[in-house]
Design a protein around this ligand. Structure first.
Ligand SMILES: [Zn+2]
Length: 284
């Protein structure tokens, strides 16, 4: 699943290619994948490409916007006569002929360049919104884990409100936005906290350490241009390399980077959870 660093990376990669271009039209290949009134952004000029929570945001000069949520298996691939770049869920479509059978929508720009929205499992969406809807849509998401709004006080107060496992709470997008499974596992390891600990059992000190660890791994993820955990690795313009520095995610049986104890795997909140039984003891 593309996480915050992957979406941030896509925004940074495609922005220089889109700003100043006129979006001619949105070709809809699968109606479920495209929401809102496309005419809000058709014939408008792209002003900015950014990310908020895990949403890719194209702002236009007419103040309207196109929001893109990749969910589980979404991809954004920019293509012109010279380059193809983008990112998202790693599959053969990164390098296949486009549109592929997973292409759900195509953004056509006035210079003949295109952005393909591919999505194997159809959970993702693109949505054209006006200024009011834009603000309403983004209000549904809690502040980003790396935004200045998340102070140690704010974060501690959020954890105090729940008895659920701390890993579930930090991944709840209504609590803080942008913490996915890979980075949640690594931040808990870095701050030496057992992932099943009730969130409200963390001390102020532990909560502060966890917040610092989350921000550290997310920034590292952005620096490494995201993670490419699955089949497609090291394809220029698509893949990230966070997987080369990952601490625990997907490493069950391998030695802990701190103490060499084998990493264990369990399930918490339905998600694969990796931890070191030595560094992250189950005392609570
Ligand atoms: Zn360890």
């Amino acid at each position: 699943m593309p996480e915050l660093p992957e979406v941030e990376t896509i925004a940074r990669r495609i922005e220089p290619h889109l700003v100043g271009k006129k979006l001619l039209r949105i070709i809809v290949l699968h109606t479920k994948s495209v929401r809102g009134d496309s005419s809000l952004v058709e014939s408008a000029i792209v002003a900015k490409v950014s990310r908020q929570a895990k949403i890719l945001v194209l702002r236009f000069e007419n103040e309207n916007a196109l929001l893109i949520h990749l969910k589980m298996t979404g991809q954004i691939l920019y293509q012109d006569s010279v380059v193809r770049l983008g990112g998202g869920h790693p599959t053969a479509d990164w390098v296949a002929e486009l549109p592929s059978k997973h292409t759900r929508a195509i953004l056509e720009f006035s210079d003949d360049s295109k952005v393909f929205f591919n999505d194997m499992r159809l959970f993702g969406w693109i949505k054209a919104v006006d200024e009011v809807e834009f603000r309403q849509e983004l209000q549904k998401y809690a502040p980003d884990i790396i935004s200045p709004e998340i102070t140690p006080e704010f974060f501690f107060a959020k954890l105090q409100r729940s008895r659920q496992p701390v890993k579930v709470v930090i991944m709840d997008q209504g609590v803080v936005a942008g913490v996915g499974n890979i980075y949640a596992n690594d931040a808990l390891h870095l701050s030496k906290l057992h992932p099943a600990r009730p969130a409200n059992s963390l001390s102020r000190l532990e909560s502060g350490a966890l917040l610092a660890a989350l921000q550290k791994v997310i920034h590292l993820g952005i620096e490494k241009q995201g993670a490419t955990i699955h089949s497609f690795r090291h394809i220029d313009g698509f893949a990230g390399s966070y997987q080369d520095v990952v601490r625990t995610y997907g490493k069950d049986g391998e030695p802990c980077p701190n103490c060499a104890t084998p990493i264990e795997r369990t399930k918490i909140g339905g998600r694969g959870t990796f931890f070191c039984p030595q560094c992250q003891p189950k005392i609570f």
